[in-house]
Design a binder for this molecule. Structure first.
Ligand SMILES: [Zn+2]
Length: 261
């Protein structure tokens, strides 16, 4: 469990610039994959070719000047709270999480490590709000598990859980739990595909593929419990391969229709 910083009473914004750290320099180290149970990272020979995970940060949380962090909010190491955001007492923001501008994170909302939140995403903590019938402190919970992405202007209707490394498309309205690695889009949000830990689209299908591999980082996945999970070694079936064009090709080459979210 990473250390976290509980905001002091009256604390508003203001991590010093000395707390900032460029973590990109450490990005070339091999990635450690906790989810697969394969602490060795499959094998040294299985190199990640194109993209690497940001090294875990031990820097202080960075809160942009216009943001407000209430007393009692928890901010993990290396997290970033963007412009005009509000983090309420009782909210939890995990290590390395990044919240873009104009987003409020309420009591009852937990963002785990390395969650990305796009601009103006909306979290909620009461399913049936009434001004005259306050629910506090019995909040409906919203949990966004580690590594997941919440797109710009997406809305999460509590209670809801977004699985690890899932992707919520921009503008989606999430009213039910999202499995790990699923890509959901629309109103209400539905599963439209499956994403790699690195964010690449592995497959565009409602049902999880039996197996898949990522053309960008070469991670491999197999179907597990209605979702997918990273695996090491051989895959159980011919994998679906994500369709990212090799970087040597012309950037003007059109993308396959519907690939972009
Ligand atoms: Zn990948």
């Amino acid at each position: 469990m990473p250390k976290s910083t509980r905001a002091k009473k009256g604390a508003v914004a203001g991590a010093s610039s000395s707390a900032r750290r460029d973590t990109s320099k450490a990005a070339s180290r091999p990635t450690a994959r906790a989810s697969s149970g394969d602490a060795s990272g499959a094998s040294a020979a299985h190199e990640r070719p194109s993209i690497a995970r940001r090294a875990p940060s031990i820097a202080a949380p960075r809160v942009v000047e216009s943001a407000v962090v209430a007393a009692g909010a928890e901010l993990g190491e290396g997290c970033v709270v963007g412009a005009f955001c509000f983090v309420a007492a009782g909210a939890r923001v995990g290590r390395g999480a990044r919240i873009q501008s104009h987003t409020s994170v309420w009591d009852g909302v937990t963002l785990e490590a390395d969650v990305f939140v796009g601009p103006a995403a909306a979290f909620t903590n009461v399913r049936h709000p009434r001004a005259a019938f306050p629910r506090a402190p019995r909040w409906d919970r919203t949990v966004v598990e580690r590594g997941a992405t919440i797109g710009a202007h997406a809305t999460l209707v509590a209670p809801v859980r977004v699985g690890a490394e899932a992707v919520v498309a921009a503008g989606a309205v999430v009213t039910r739990d999202v499995p790990p690695h699923a890509i959901v889009a629309g109103v209400p949000a539905r599963i439209i595909g499956w994403a790699c830990a690195c964010g690449e689209t592995l497959a565009l299908a409602r049902v999880a593929p039996a197996s898949a591999s990522c053309a960008l980082c070469d991670r491999r996945y197999a179907r597990a419990g209605g979702a997918i999970a990273e695996v090491s070694g051989a895959l159980p079936a011919t994998p679906v391969r994500s369709r990212r064009a090799p970087r040597s090709r012309s950037p003007s080459r059109p993308s396959p229709r519907g690939r972009r979210r």
